[in-house]
Design a protein around this ligand. Structure first.
Ligand code: SF4
Ligand code: SF4
Length: 477
């Protein structure tokens, strides 16, 4: 018997107690310091026979919650089963459909959108392709027989292709209904074209939530997410949110960098003061990546404390933009901080606390993975019907894994085989966070390190978040 590899702990000195969490079982306990010491004694070689009766009883309880494991080998085997079960789970079929790569915003940090002639060239899904998507989805649903289907509309700006969005929602709902499965529709949008009509049209087909991005307070957002002519978009988005509030769940996302992070408390105060504040389900902010070699439209490149920030637009290993999906929502699937330095780790913690202070729900910063990249039955479908392993890899055909027609070029098979073996956590040694991290965001690893197989590690961020979680549990919040 030994203490589990996946135990993490936070001392609660004012109470002479310790918060214990096991990241594999998700058990969370507050125990006396003696009990925590007992785990250390086990690791130090103390055998069960050397323990007092009450200590053995405590060990039994710890064992029941996964804090004590028979051996490292067994625990490693359990971890492998955990990832395998996660990967092969058929209870939910997840489909992310990029209805278009066009966008009506000209965001400061994004290569796509309304810059130069991007929109003229960007692909938009046709109704014919949408029909093929429906046929493909029907086969998948028949094969997997999932309890639910999560259909996420994404882009570009998905509301720029309403006919395809409505068609897919209605047809997939029919198919799911006929097989007793629940359809959950999510829309990730910049919010400019979000109207009650759009929401009313989707609600009967299982609209689950709308996620809208606000990049700071009014002034900051208008600077970061303007229209092509430079007009601000904040007021219109807030008006739109007010009109759809109460009809569906709303969540707010936001992208921050060194210049904009300080504007977020003002944004949170503003949101709290709105009539629709209580209709906001979640608020999650994440950093913008910038890369010194990749030139955003304004040719603005930031360096923070000597560290580079990578552009939010996905870039390949050489800093070349992938030209694919808007990265506004990377991490939405299951999620990752996708950050790149300790500066960002600190700011993430700051924004998380500011968000909670105003009564909004947000990610706890500990349960960050594994993300949907590690799920076999999570598919991202590009506007032409090409398949990707996750939304972050869209747009670069060299990273697609096949097509909804079943066609698979030899190079796509090679990419697909690579994702089949994808297990960045295997390079994470004895890290206790592996079950709730999975090695981080592989898109970030691809962009930052040029190696998607490598872990993208932000352990210090998780450690800080763990302290916050411990305090919350201890206070009974
Ligand atoms: S690899 Fe990154 S972008 Fe892709 S699903 Fe995971 S967290 Fe999101
Ligand atoms: S990426 Fe870092 S935090 Fe995540 S499992 Fe690996 S070592 Fe741990």
């Amino acid at each position: 018997m030994q203490a589990s590899l996946f135990n993490v702990r936070v001392p609660l000195p004012d109470r002479s107690e310790v918060f214990l969490m096991n990241t594999l079982t998700d058990a969370q306990l507050i125990v006396s310091e003696d009990v925590a010491t007992l785990l250390d004694r086990l690791d130090g070689g103390t055998s069960l026979g050397d323990l007092e009766a009450d200590e053995r009883e405590a060990i039994d309880t710890l064992h029941a919650h996964g804090f004590v494991a028979p051996s490292r080998e067994e625990e490693r085997a359990t971890l492998d089963r955990f990832f395998s079960d996660f990967r092969e789970d058929t209870s939910q079929l997840r489909l992310t459909v990029l209805t278009t790569l066009q966008c009506n915003f000209a965001c400061d940090y994004c290569f796509q959108g309304d810059h130069a002639d991007y929109n003229a060239k960007a692909t938009k899904m046709s109704l014919q392709t949408a029909e093929r998507v429906v046929a493909w989805a029907e086969t998948k649903i028949d094969t997997l027989q999932p309890k639910s289907v999560a259909l996420t509309f994404f882009g570009g700006e998905p509301l720029l292709n309403l006919p395809v969005m409505y068609y897919l929602a209605e047809r997939v709902w029919d198919i799911a209904q006929a097989r007793g499965a629940t359809l959950l529709i999510n829309v990730i949008t910049n919010g400019l074209l979000l109207t009650p009509e759009v929401v009313d049209r989707l609600v009967p087909y299982g609209l689950n939530g709308i996620k809208v991005t606000l990049d700071g307070d009014r002034e900051t957002h208008n600077r970061m997410r303007p229209l092509r002519g430079g007009q601000g978009t904040f007021d219109k988005i807030i008006r739109n949110l007010g009109q759809v509030a109460g009809k569906c769940r709303i969540s707010i996302g936001g992208n921050f960098d060194a210049d904009t992070v300080d504007s977020y408390p003002a944004l949170l105060d503003f949101l709290r003061s709105q009539d629709f504040a209580d209709d906001i389900g979640r608020v999650n902010f994440k950093p913008v990546f910038r890369d010194r070699d990749a030139q955003p439209p304004t040719a603005r490149v930031d360096h923070v404390g000597g560290r580079r920030m990578i552009p939010l637009a996905a870039v390949d290993g050489h800093g070349k933009p992938l030209g694919g999906t808007c990265m506004t929502s990377v991490g939405a699937g299951g999620s990752s901080p996708c950050d790149s330095c300790h500066f960002v780790d600190e700011q993430l913690s700051f924004l998380r606390e500011e968000t909670k202070k105003r009564g909004f729900r947000t990610k706890d910063g500990v349960h960050m993975g594994p993300c949907e990249l590690h799920k076999r039955h999570a598919y991202t479908i590009g506007p032409s019907g090409e398949l990707y392993s996750c939304p972050g890899f869209t747009g670069d055909p060299t990273l697609s894994v096949g097509d909804i027609d079943g066609r698979q070029q030899p190079w796509q098979r090679a990419v697909s085989d690579r994702f089949e073996q994808h297990a960045p956590w295997k390079a994470c040694g004895d890290c206790s966070f592996i079950p709730v991290c999975g090695g981080g965001c592989s898109v970030a690893a691809h962009a930052e390190l040029g190696d998607m197989s490598a872990p993208s590690c932000h352990k210090s961020s998780m450690e800080t978040a763990l302290v916050s979680l411990a305090q919350e549990v201890a206070s009974g919040a």
